[in-house]
Design a protein around this ligand. Structure first.
Ligand SMILES: [Zn+2]
Length: 314
């Protein structure tokens, strides 16, 4: 699909969304089908026969009488929000190119700010985990990058204090078009951190091009790696081999600065993951809500404590 075809995609109209996910029953049916596409399976005993309780939104197994909710075991677990709110948030988060701030989400959903913030963190976690399940392959451009710190002066570039290091990687087709991207915070640009990243995010049949940063040699433990020494500076961004990874880095930084007041470094992985998730599915805007709902149904719970404090590097 050409760049223009991507930009002028119809997407999913609000009307289309509401006719599919406009009421609680529709959303419940959608979640049920996504969680158990081959029919219900009791999480306790594996039995298939079940009934829906009338008094509470629970499913009861006919054999062992175990009761489970539709959302138990998913990132929606213990939610007090109706599923229609979850689906509306998925719609708003996927249909705009740069995502939506928690403040905007709060207004659209009519909920408190902390509720909107946590809901969004959970959706972004689902996006990130779904992409992290599939390593990049083929010709991959890799670059080191930093988030934060730019606006407060001080030392610029690699190693500057107060910045969060992350790796940007773009897998390209044989004709050079970008296919999929991945952006991952790392503890630092050490050989050990880069090798661990490569083992998680690259297949062994990938071929990687990076600039001359020494730590990237560690990628060779996983797959072939070629270092192109660019010499740094503005001229290095003109090198065609780094075309897409540089474009992508520019886009993600603009998107995060433009949409969000501030992104804390400990949450950066989710914001980068959500941006990449949307990019990786840009050819099919219309199905994004379905695909995010599928990811949400298969992502384990994210307790508030973890949503607020933890950043898992790797
Ligand atoms: Zn059972």
């Amino acid at each position: 699909m050409s760049k223009y075809a991507v930009q002028f995609q119809q997407g999913m109209s609000l009307q289309q969304f509401l006719s599919e996910f406009g009421n609680e029953d529709q959303c419940r049916r959608a979640v049920f089908c996504m969680r158990w596409p081959d029919g219900f399976c009791c999480p306790s005993c594996g039995h298939h026969s079940h009934c829906q309780l009338q008094s509470r939104p629970l499913i009861q197994c006919h054999r062992c009488h175990h009761q489970t909710s539709l959302t138990a075991g998913t990132v929606m677990a213990h939610t007090k929000l109706p599923l229609t709110q979850w689906f509306l948030a998925m719609y708003l988060l996927t249909q705009s190119k740069n995502g939506i701030s928690a403040m905007e989400l709060r207004r659209h959903l009519g909920v408190r700010y902390p509720t909107a913030w946590l809901l969004k963190q959970k959706l972004m976690q689902a996006m990130r985990e779904r992409d992290d399940d599939t390593p990049l392959s083929g010709a991959v451009q890799v670059d080191d990058a930093f988030w934060g710190g730019e606006r407060h002066g001080g030392k610029r570039g690699r190693g500057a204090a107060g910045k969060t290091p992350f790796i940007a990687a773009v897998a390209c087709a044989t004709d050079g078009r970008p296919l999929r991207m991945r952006m991952t915070p790392v503890k630092g640009f050490s050989s050990a951190a880069i090798e661990q990243w490569a083992r998680t995010h690259l297949t062994t049949d990938s071929t990687v091009i990076s600039d001359g940063l020494p730590c990237f040699r560690a990628i060779a433990a996983v797959c072939p790696h070629q270092a192109l020494v660019t010499g740094g500076g503005p001229a290095s961004v003109e090198i065609p081999e780094f075309n897409w990874v540089n474009t992508t880095l520019g886009n993600v930084k603009n998107a995060l600065h433009g949409t969000y007041h501030a992104v804390r470094s400990r949450h950066l992985g989710r914001y980068l993951g959500a941006f990449a998730w949307r990019f990786n599915r840009r050819f099919n805007l219309e199905r994004m809500v379905h695909r995010l709902a599928g990811a949400v149904c298969h992502t384990p719970p994210l307790p508030y404590r973890l949503a607020t404090i933890a950043e898992i590097h790797g």
